[in-house]
Structures are given as structure tokens and as C-alpha cells.
Design a protein around this ligand. Structure first.
Ligand SMILES: C[S@@+](CC[C@H](N)C(=O)[O-])C[C@H]1O[C@@H](n2cnc3c(N)ncnc32)[C@H](O)[C@@H]1O
Length: 451
């Protein structure tokens, strides 16, 4: 949300030079440390949250503010940096430590969150003054952030939402899907996202209790404004094992595999088990193969909570094989995950073109291994939550030339939603899809059969 009203400063701003009088909020300190960890040290938000960094020790109100600030910096990074650059005559030196993050967090909060600007500037200056490396920059912080508070909203008008998507992704998405797609993706990126659930039991009951929008027999969308709390484990039905959090796009690969009760199915690269759960709930005999032991433990916990029977195996998909060929395989290949930028905006800064190139051979190798697990006539779905054609369309084009497989048309009538993305045997959900109705993760998926 844009905050265009400016508060006059006057005497209040003088107080920011007396840092000892200002109590530093844990939320703003956490956001500053998190933004430094992600933007300067390449950590993901999930890494930061897993490491703790004091997040769970905060009061719920502070946790909400901390996430809002860090999330807004990541969703609006291009615009935040562009506005800041108009006031910084030269870039901050590397020895400025957390200073860049202090400025980014305060700017994001002033421009986009509804907090009083004087308090934000005051705290940012105090935070700068409280640390050895940033102390020397406290006067600069005061001057720059006062400008951001008074002139920033107007300056912001010069910088389009598309600035928040890194240039390499803007280029790649424009080339693959056209310029509107980048604008739509940028619009989605700036918004709070709904939460999608795959409901495996008693849809009618839980859809009412959760006040969700029913997208399909098992897919429920909870509007961001209707969320009861950020902690999904406290929502009705979670402890009953009735549903799992899963984007509506991520639910589609298991649907197009169309497994029947009793079929033998291998879910390759399976943790944390979103797709294994769907397959097992259809009555299939599912073996979930995952390389990471800790992630496999999460899969086991999830299956236990959901009351589903899945055989889990800790193994590399390239080395493991079933004892006998199976009816179906789902390959959710490791990818750059650029398609999940709506809820994980850190992917936009953490991923690059080299990673896209480096993954292609790994993805093709896993797909090759998967085809050898299938009986003749067995079905396979290959999918990636990447918006990059190199990880989706290009892998399948190569498979059709080099592997003993042929494509199978997707039956649109079997899909509860998303028919508009079906193109023969594949589905491409581009970034920016459903931009007017809450968004959908970008995904690629294709159905093949073993010859
Ligand atoms: C996109 S995630 C899978 C999400 C999962 N299918 C779901 O729906 O919940 C990719 C997973 O592949 C695993 N992985 C990566 N390379 C692998 C390999 N060679 N063999 C097995 N698992 C692998 C990663 O540890 C990660 O858990």
C-alpha cells in the first residue's frame, strides 16, 4: 500500500540526534539484520527463519511488523533503492556495515507501511548510532531519511513497479511471455498474497470455517485480509490434518498425473511432501524419494499429521530405483524457483542466469532416471516452479528427442481451474498469471508416457 501523506517534522526530528532516548524496536532490528543477511550475504528468508535470529522470541505484534518491513524491502527493492539513490551522492562504502539495510528498511516503511515517519527516522538514526560501524553515518541517515519522509512519496512516482523485478528476469520474461507479463508480475509482487490450501478431508466444513474461496474440489483460497493469524498451525483444521498449505498452481502437477486408487507411484524430489500427500489421498501406493534427510523428516511429519500412508526413502533420485517398474512418476525437479516470487520475493535477488544454466543438466538427469522407473505405458509428470523456459519447455523438448517417451494430452475437463494454461501435453503458468484475482505461482508441467 502506498503511503502518500507526509508528516511535518520540525522539532521532533531534532530528537533523533539524541539516540539514548529512543528505544530500539526488536522488529526493526530483526528486519535490518535479515535484510543484511539476504541482500549482502545471500541467505534465503527460510535460512534466516530457520537460524532463529530472535524471530520466535519476539511478541506477535513485533513479528508481524518485522516481517512486514523485511517483506516490503524485498517486494519493493528496485523502487526503494531508486528513491534512496536520489539522495545518496555516492554509494555507501563496504565498511558501512548494516547502514544500507537500515536505510532500506526505513525507506520501505516510510513509503509503503503506515507508521509515523518521525518515529521511523528517529529509530533508524538511533540504530545507526548504536553500532560501531554505522555510528559515523548517523547524520547521513538523518538527512537522507528526512528527505525520504518529505519528498520520497513524490519521487516514488518516477519509478515503476517493474523496477522491483531484476533486469535479467525482466528481459527473460519479456522475451518468453511478452512485456505485459512483467507488468502483471510486478503488480502481484507489490501485493499481499492469499494463502492457498489443499483440503484433503471435509472440504465443505473447512471452507466455511476458514471463510475460503473454493477454487476446486480440494483447493481453497484464503484472502490475505481474512487470515486469522500469520501462524497457519493455529488455523482451524490444521491439527486435525484436514489440509496442507499449497499454492493452487503447485496442486496441478499431481492432478494432471491423474493417478488411480491402487496404482504404484514414485514422487521424486518429494519433500516437504505437498504432492506426495495429494497422490496418497487419491489412494495410490506412494513412494516419496528425497535426498535431504532433514527435509524427509518434515515430509514424514506432514504425512503423519495428514494421516496418510507414504513410504519415504532418503536417496538421490539419480541413484535410487524401484524394485519393479511403477505405474506413474512425478518429478518435481530442483529448480531456481523464480516462479514462487509472490510469497518468496527473496528468490528475485538470490537467483541468477548462471544458476538457470547450471541446473539444466541436473534436471535432465533426474528426468532420465525417472523414465527408467516407469513400466511401458506408465505416465510421468515433470514439473518445476520456475518461470524460466530453460528449466521447463527446453528440458521436455530435449526429453522428447533423447528419451523413450512420448507426450500425452492433458484432459482440460479433469482440471478444476487453470484450463487456460494448457497447451496440448504441457501447462505453462507465466509469472503474473491471475494478477487480478490474487495471483498464481509460475509453473511448468508436462505429461509424458514411457514407450
Ligand atoms: C521443489 S522441492 C520439492 C517440493 C515437493 N515436491 C512438494 O511438492 O512438496 C525439490 C526437492 O528436491 C530435493 N532434491 C534435489 N535434488 C535431488 C536429488 N538428486 N534426489 C532427490 N531429491 C532431490 C530437494 O532437497 C528438495 O526437497
Amino acid at each position: 500500500m502506498l503511503r502518500h501523506s507526509n508528516k511535518p517534522f520540525g522539532p521532533l526530528i531534532v530528537m533523533v540526534c539524541a539516540p539514548m532516548h529512543v528505544k530500539l524496536s526488536p522488529a526493526r532490528m530483526w528486519a535490518t539484520n535479515t535484510i543484511t543477511a539476504i541482500l549482502d550475504h545471500g541467505k534465503s528468508m527460510d535460512d534466516v527463519l530457520a537460524d532463529g535470529h530472535g524471530f520466535s522470541a519476539m511478541e506477535p505484534r513485533d513479528r508481524a511488523l518485522a516481517r512486514a518491513i523485511a517483506g516490503t524491502v524485498l517486494r519493493r527493492l528496485g523502487q526503494v533503492d531508486a528513491v534512496l539513490a536520489t539522495y545518496l551522492t555516492k554509494p555507501l562504502p563496504a565498511k558501512a556495515g548494516l547502514m544500507r539495510a537500515i536505510l532500506r528498511c526505513a525507506t520501505a516503511e516510510i513509503l509503503f507501511l503506515r507508521s509515523p515517519a518521525f518515529a521511523i527516522v528517529s529509530e533508524a538514526v538511533s540504530l545507526a548510532a548504536s553500532k560501531g560501524k554505522t555510528r559515523a553515518f548517523r547524520h547521513l541517515a538523518n538527512a537522507v531519511l528526512r528527505k525520504v519522509a518529505t519528498e520520497g512519496p513524490e519521487r516514488l512516482e518516477n519509478f515503476a513497479l517493474t523496477e522491483n523485478i531484476p533486469p535479467w528476469l525482466r528481459d527473460s520474461w519479456t522475451k518468453a511471455y511478452g512485456p505485459e507479463c512483467v507488468e502483471q508480475a510486478a503488480a502481484i509482487l507489490a501485493e499481499d498474497q492469499p494463502t492457498d490450501l489443499t483440503v484433503l478431508k471435509k472440504m465443505l466444513e473447512w471452507s466455511k470455517q476458514l471463510n475460503g474461496q473454493v477454487l476446486g474440489p480440494q483447493t481453497l483460497r484464503i484472502d490475505a485480509a481474512d487470515r486469522q493469524s500469520g501462524d497457519v498451525t493455529k488455523w482451524p483444521g490444521f491439527s486435525d490434518g484436514a489440509w496442507q498449505v499449497q499454492d493452487a498452481a503447485a496442486a496441478l502437477p499431481a492432478l494432471i498425473l491423474n493417478v488411480q486408487s491402487g496404482e504404484t507411484v514414485v514422487d521424486l524430489c518429494a519433500a516437504p511432501g505437498g504432492k506426495s500427500a495429494q497422490l496418497a489421498a487419491s489412494g495410490a501406493q506412494v513412494t516419496a524419494v528425497e535426498r535431504s534427510q532433514s527435509r524427509l523428516e518434515r515430509l514424514d511429519e506432514n504425512m503423519k499429521r495428514l494421516g496418510l500412508n507414504v513410504q519415504s526413502v532418503c536417496a538421490d533420485a539419480n541413484e535410487w530405483a524401484p524394485k519393479t517398474p511403477v505405474d506413474a512418476v512425478l518429478v518435481d525437479a530442483p529448480c531456481t524457483a523464480t516462479g514462487i516470487f509472490r510469497r518468496h520475493p527473496d528468490v528475485l535477488v538470490l537467483k541468477n542466469e548462471k544458476q538457470v544454466r547450471d541446473l539444466a543438466d541436473k534436471q535432465f538427469a533426474i528426468l532420465t532416471a525417472a523414465t527408467h522407473m516407469l513400466r511401458v505405458g506408465g505416465r510421468l509428470v515433470y514439473c518445476v516452479c520456475s518461470a524460466q523456459v530453460e528449466e521447463g519447455e527446453d528440458i521436455i523438448a530435449r526429453a522428447l528427442k533423447e528419451l523413450p517417451v512420448r507426450p500425452v494430452s492433458i484432459d482440460k475437463d479433469n482440471l478444476p481451474y487453470g484450463q487456460e494454461f494448457v497447451d496440448g501435453y504441457s501447462m505453462r503458468i507465466p509469472p503474473g498469471a491471475w494478477h487480478e484475482t490474487g495471483g498464481l505461482d509460475a509453473f511448468f508441467m508436462a505429461v509424458l508416457t514411457r514407450q
